[in-house]
Design a protein around this ligand. Sequence first.
Ligand code: C2E
Ligand code: CA
Ligand code: CA
Ligand code: CA
Length: 276
Amino acid sequence: GKAVGTGTIQYLTHEMDQQFTRKVQLERSLFTALEDGAFSLAYQPIINLKTRRVNGFEALLRWNHTALGSIPPAEFIPLAEEAALITPINNWVVLEACEQLAEWQQTIDPKLTMAINISPHQFQSDSFIRTLQHLISNKIISPRSVTLEMTENIAILQTQRTLERMQLIKSLGFRLSIDDFGTGYSSLQYLSAFPIDELKIDKTFIDGIDVGNVGLLDSIIQLGRNLNLNLVAEGVETSSAEAYLKTTSCQQMQGFIFAKPLSVDEVDKRFNSSTS
Ligand code: C2E
Ligand code: CA
Ligand code: CA
Ligand code: CA
């Protein structure tokens, strides 16, 4: 093969140095990001497929780094997991999203719901359960209006413990949803054993619609229907995908075809008739 010149090696080393420096810089800032107020939430509408009415929102975490700008969650959430910071950050998300929901239930629609992403570590932590209990005892929201989303991978280990955790969360009144359904270590057994209310069908299956590949999507919808689960289609980008989903028993959708994740101000402008 072609020899790699010293220049290339120096260049590659420089690239790696830069990546490493960025990682170290991000990790260091993560420790103070919560108290610095550097996190915010974006809210993506979840709508009823038949009526196109907004049923609720999914809260999505945003980090605005002073020096590096907006850092995508796909980059900083793994870092927060490594640094064991994910649980306090995510507990903040739960509180913030629920306080926002309480406000919007008063100003937009009392029936609005909120979906919140839960990380595996957070799910197992006592501070998470205390956060949920705090929401109830301080009457911040009704737990029935809050859906906690977790990926299927939460379910693969410690099945008995996972089951007990889910039952505890359900006994508090919260709804449970399986996120990115179909992409993880699915087991049909846990789907019927665990107290799950909803499946969020991963975007990869929705993308199949526009290339005529709906076999897996149809099977997932059938499965969800048989298990009596609410179904949400994720990442709907085209009107043809929306039109197809409307013909199925999938009830809800989320995606750029209706709205991207929005700031609080954008939600107020678009859905809150009392502000102008
Ligand atoms: P997710 O939970 O599957 O969230 C949906 C992601 O898809 C969001 O990306 C959203 O902006 C994006 N999306 C929505 N509609 C469309 C569409 O029509 N087309 C395309 N191409 N994308 C769409 P985002 O905000 O970058 O979040 C990425 C992931 O980061 C989330 O995936 C979730 O796993 C994680 N995440 C975000 N916020 C939190 C959080 O508060 N806690 C935890 N643990 N994870 C979070
Ligand atoms: Ca506010
Ligand atoms: Ca999610
Ligand atoms: Ca998802």
